[in-house]
Ligand binder design. Structure first.
Ligand code: CMP
Length: 139
């Protein structure tokens, strides 16, 4: 079914001017960018967004990385968009990512791994609503 997922191009990607290259991977693989904006996340936003990882040892570093520069938040739409985007991103750790995936091609490390994508349709809806008003999503 056609569904939507939430995506972030992380600070390591914007710093290296990779927005267009990563967006091309989405578009060439059937995902439509139906909402997009470049923002500098506040510490409050990053902490809330990654709240599920609050107990993890890397939480503090993750929050400071995600607020270290601009990010591009996006809504991607397409057939099985959640799973499709996860396939295109590859494994969290670029060392384990398959050839041709965004993280294999572009990620610098497990933390600076260029992209975030929702892990379920349910979380996608929550994450989209956190950054976008309904009127900003144009399908
Ligand atoms: P993301 O998909 O945004 O979800 C949680 C993020 O935490 C993940 O991508 C990585 O950027 C980061 N992360 C996951 N595991 C580690 C780790 N072991 N060390 C540092 N950062 C991590």
């Amino acid at each position: 079914a056609i569904e939507r997922t939430f995506s972030i191009l992380k600070p390591d990607a914007t710093r290296r001017n990779l927005t267009g290259k990563i967006n091309a991977v989405f578009e060439e693989n059937g995902l439509r960018i139906v909402a997009q904006k470049r923002i500098h996340m506040t510490e409050t936003q990053a902490k809330k967004f990654y709240e599920v990882h609050a107990a993890r040892p890397f939480y503090g570093e993750l929050v400071s990385f995600m607020t270290s520069g601009p990010v591009v938040v996006q809504v991607l739409e397409g057939e099985n968009a959640v799973a499709k985007n996860r396939e295109l991103m590859g494994a969290t750790n670029p060392a384990n990512a398959d050839a041709g995936t965004i993280r294999k091609m572009f990620a610098e490390s497990i933390e600076a791994n260029s992209v975030h994508g929702s892990d379920s349709a349910e979380n996608a809806a929550i994450e989209i609503a956190y950054f976008f008003a309904g009127s900003e999503i144009v399908g």
